[in-house]
Design a protein around this ligand. Structure first.
Ligand code: DOR
Ligand code: ZN
Ligand code: ZN
Ligand code: ZN
Length: 393
């Protein structure tokens, strides 16, 4: 089949290394069908799903079950991050997970050490949600203005967690990946440790484009963990050089849940259908190069997570593409989301540029906003590079 792209821009299919598709157990928020349709709509051909489902994906049985159910429902290719369970790690390793994900709020330092001991004979990275359980003042702030959310979970919590994770990485010379950084100082800690530790990091669109002043206007719709930060404490586009990848942390909840009182409402923002639009708009305004977008959305996520058939990091890869109309304008609206999460803090944002076609292994799965039936596949992560050869730019 020949596809006429009419003089538009073509990229490798985008890879989102951090999504929550909520299956099994919370299908009312999202499932692999709706989530993967949202991915295709946003230009993504591969997603890596997080293990905080019900039950969590931290046993061989649950890992296999998720591969099976996602293979039936996902229209894009997918890999899986595994949860932590010392008894099951060795068994899950055989199925080539994208990583083992550590929620530092729930995991003791002793368990983290044991995870490194076990995984050190492999090149499978540990990914970290960097917030410390001991540094959380939500209880003191309950009932106050949402503006206090950033104080309730302060940046020092992230900075200490990052320093700890990077120290483990340096000690073991084992690759780690820091999820959704929110603090500029935490980013500096990573930057300064890059020659000692094979560490990579990601930032979300909301942490880059929004700041804590949005809490007053959007309340729980911008409630996310770690929280949005002030312009001074947070990360912004000037810091892009120090960031490895953009990941959406697509974290859908229902409108009912998000309309609860701020401190009761769940944290999380659905981003798959806005992320590329935001970055293409930056390009239109001359603030980022197309190549930088491609590196952060395609090549680097593929390299970090061992997706050797994706992201165009070598010849002979899967024919995954996204066709971009970089001049097409519009307003972001949750009305056109395929995600079950029918809200976005970017509602009304005037974007310039969007994905107009998504192609997975040679097949068109999205055209002009219409998403088609397809069968996505489980992608194994193959870590052929020794840790020291991981990109540390
Ligand atoms: O805001 C968040 N929501 N942060 C997380 O780390 C988890 C996520 C979720 O699963 O809803
Ligand atoms: Zn997280
Ligand atoms: Zn997450
Ligand atoms: Zn659209």
């Amino acid at each position: 089949e020949t596809i006429d792209i009419k003089g538009r821009i073509i990229f490798p299919g985008l890879i989102d290394a951090h999504v929550h598709f909520r299956e099994p157990g919370m299908e009312y928020k999202e499932d692999f069908k709706s989530g993967s349709m949202a991915a295709a709509h946003g230009g993504f051909t591969t997603v890596l799903d997080m293990p905080n489902t019900k039950p969590p994906t931290n046993t061989l049985k649950e890992f296999k079950r998720k591969i099976k159910l996602a293979s039936k429902k996902s229209i894009v290719d997918f890999g899986l991050h595994a949860g932590v369970n010392l008894q099951e790690v060795q068994k899950i390793v055989k199925l080539s997970p994208a990583s083992f994900k550590i929620y530092m709020e729930d995991t003791s330092i002793n368990t983290i050490k044991k995870m490194f001991d076990i995984l050190n004979s492999t090149n499978i990275p540990l990914t970290f949600h960097c917030e410390k359980r001991e540094i959380n003042y939500e209880r003191d702030h309950r009932g106050k203005s949402p503006h206090f959310y950033s104080d309730a979970r302060p940046t020092i919590s992230e900075e200490i967690a990052v320093a700890e994770a990077v120290s483990f990485s340096a000690h073991y010379n084992h690759p780690i990946h820091i999820c959704h950084l929110s603090s500029k100082k935490a980013l500096k800690i990573i930057k300064n440790m890059r020659n000692l530790a094979p560490v990579t990091c990601e930032v979300t669109p909301h942490h880059l484009f929004l700041d804590s002043s949005y809490f007053n206007k959007f309340g729980s719709f911008v409630k996310t963990n770690p929280p949005l930060r002030s312009r001074e404490e947070g990360i912004n586009i000037k810091d892009l050089n120090d960031i490895d990848i953009i990941a959406t942390d697509h974290a859908p909840h229902t409108l009912d849940e998000k309309e609860k009182e701020f401190w009761e409402a769940p944290a999380g923002i659905p981003n798959l259908e806005v992320s590329l639009k935001l970055f293409l708009t930056l390009f239109a305004k001359g603030k980022i190069k197309l190549n930088e977008i491609k590196t952060m959305f395609c090549e680097k996520p593929a390299t970090i997570f061992g997706l050797t058939n994706k992201g165009f990091i070598k010849e002979g890869m899967d024919a995954d593409f996204v066709v971009i109309d970089h001049k097409k304008t519009g307003k972001i609206s949750a009305d056109e989301f395929y995600s079950k999460a029918q809200y976005t803090p970017f509602e009304g944002f005037e974007y310039i540029g969007e994905a107009v076609m998504t192609i997975l292994r040679g097949k068109v799965i999205m055209e002009e906003g219409e998403v088609f039936k397809n069968k996505g596949k489980y992608v194994r992560s193959e870590y052929r590079l020794p840790p020291t050869e991981l990109p540390t730019s």
